[in-house]
Design a protein around this ligand. Structure first.
Ligand SMILES: [Zn+2]
Length: 93
């Protein structure tokens, strides 16, 4: 397992910035779940979307993401094990 630190958007949603290689390791094809483009650079793995998306889509999402308390609650309960399923050992502060 690869150690990873969670990052948070200003709305409070967690994500991990990972690589194409990480994506291939978990059995993904390194194709953005939003726009279907091949991801050659950064890959953003986001629990609340259940998606791995490219930088452009991530920045697009950041602009329009809204805060839903229910989502944040769900995230708190489940995100660590979800990221773990993708091969990331989460370091909590
Ligand atoms: Zn994309």
């Amino acid at each position: 397992m690869k150690k990873a630190k969670l990052n948070y958007t200003k709305q409070g949603y967690s994500y991990i910035k990972c690589t194409k290689e990480d994506c291939l390791n978990w059995g993904g094809m390194s194709i953005c779940d939003n726009c279907n483009e091949l991801m050659e650079e950064e890959v953003y793995l986001i629990f609340i979307l259940s998606r791995a998306i490219c930088k452009e889509c991530f920045e697009e999402w950041l602009k329009r993401a809204k805060i839903y308390e229910e989502d944040l609650k769900l995230q708190k309960q489940r995100h660590v094990s979800w990221y773990k399923a993708y091969g990331f050992d989460i370091e909590e502060d």
